[in-house]
Write a protein that binds this ligand. Sequence first.
Ligand SMILES: Cc1cc2nc3c(=O)[nH]c(=O)nc-3n(C[C@H](O)[C@H](O)[C@H](O)COP(=O)(O)OP(=O)(O)OC[C@H]3O[C@@H](n4cnc5c(N)ncnc54)[C@H](O)[C@@H]3O)c2cc1C
Length: 403
Amino acid sequence: MIDFEPDHDLQRRIDAYRIVARQIMRPISREYDENEHARPTKFYELMWAGRAQAGLEVGPDKGARSNRMRTLFTILAAEELSWGDVGLFLQIPNPGLGGAAVMAAGTPQQKERFLKRFSEGNPKWAAMAITEPGCGSDSAAITTTARREGDHWVINGTKIFCTGGKMAAELSEGFVVVWATVDKNAGRAGIKPFVVEHHTPGMSVVRVENKLGIRVSDTAALVFEDCKIPLDNVLGSPEVKPEGGFKDAMATFDATRPIVAAMAIGVGRAALDFVRDFLSERNMEIRYGLSPQRLTAIERDFMEMEVQLKAARLLAWRAAWLLDNGQRNSLEASMAKAKAGLAVTQITQKAVELLGPLGYSRAYLLEKWMRDAKINDIFEGTQQINLLIIARRILGYSSKDLN
Ligand SMILES: Cc1cc2nc3c(=O)[nH]c(=O)nc-3n(C[C@H](O)[C@H](O)[C@H](O)COP(=O)(O)OP(=O)(O)OC[C@H]3O[C@@H](n4cnc5c(N)ncnc54)[C@H](O)[C@@H]3O)c2cc1C
C-alpha cells in the first residue's frame, strides 16, 4: 500500500523548510524579482552550509533518506521551498537537471566522479542543455555535434534557455550536461549526454535571458566552439545502439518532472494561502461541508482551486513513489507535470482575479506568483508535449504514430 504520511523525521525536515521558506525566502522574494540578474549570494551560502542538516546533500549515496524515499523527499522539499520563492528554489546550489542526467545515464564511476563535489567545498551548480534555437519539444532534432578526435570529444553547437547555465559553467566548479549527436544519420539513437566541466575552453555563456517570471533564476545561452572534453565524459556508453542514448533524456525527465510539478504546487499553495488569509482578515471564512447551493461564488471558486491543487499533489507523490520503488513512472511523471502546470496557472490567475486590483498590484506577491507559475507549463516538456506522452502511453502508440 502507498502511504504518504510523513514520519517524525520527515515532518521535522518539512517544518525546517517551512521556516526557511517563510523567514528567509519570502523577505527577499520581491527584491530579486525586481533586480533580475542580481545574485542572492547570502542565500546561496546559507543553503549550501545547511544542506547536510536539511537533507539536501546530494550525491550517489547521499540524501537524508534511503534511496527508497529520495524523490518523494525531494518533492516535499521542493513544494515547501517553492512556496517561499520558486525562482530562489531553482537557484539553490545543487546538481539540478545536470545531476539528474548523470544519475539517469552515468556509470557508477561517473556518478561518483561528477556528483561527489556537491558534498564538499564551495557552492556548486550543474545544468543540462538540450534546447537549441531550432529545437526544444522536438529534441530529436538536436544539431549540436560531438566528434571524436583522438582521446577527446569535440563539441560544437549552440544551446539556449539553460537553467543555471551561468552558475554551472562560469561561476562555480560545476558542469553542464550537453546533449549532442555523435551521428546525425542515426537520429535519436545518435544523441548522447556529455559532461562539460566549468571553464572548459570553447564553452562560453553568451547571454543570460530577461524573463517574465522566475527572474532570479539564471537562464543562459551557451555556445560551444571546438570545445574539447575527455573521452570518458560521455555519460554511459558511447556506442550508437537502436534503443539509443535518447532514452536517457527521457529517464532524466521521469526523475525531474515530479519535482517541477511540486514546484508548481508550492506556488499554487502560496496563492491559495494568500487568498485564504486575505478573506479571513475580512471575516470571510471558507465554510466547508455546506451544500453547493449555500456556498458563495468565492467559496466555490476557492474549493475548486484547492481540489485542483490536491489532485496535482497526489499525482506528483505517486510519480515520485514509483520512481523511488524502482518502477517505471513515465506516464505518471507526465501526468503530474501536465496537471500541476495547468492547475497552478489557473489557480494563480483566479487568485489575482478574486482580489481585483490588489491582486494586480506589486504591493503583494500574488501578481509575481502568476508570472512565476507559467514556466511550469513550458520547461521540461510543455503542457502539450506531456499530454502527447500521456496519450501515447495510454493508447500504446509510439512517437512516430502520434506526434
Ligand atoms: C525559463 C526557462 C528555462 C529553461 N530551462 C531549460 C534547461 O535547463 N535546459 C533545456 O534544455 N531547456 C530549457 N528550457 C527550454 C524549454 O524546455 C523549451 O522551451 C521547451 O521544451 C519548448 O521547446 P521550444 O522552446 O523549442 O518550443 P516549441 O517546441 O517550438 O513549442 C512551441 C509551442 O508549440 C507546442 N508544440 C510543439 N510541438 C508540439 C506537438 N507535437 N504537438 C502539440 N503542440 C506542440 C508547444 O507545446 C509550445 O506551446 C527552458 C525554457 C525556459 C523558458
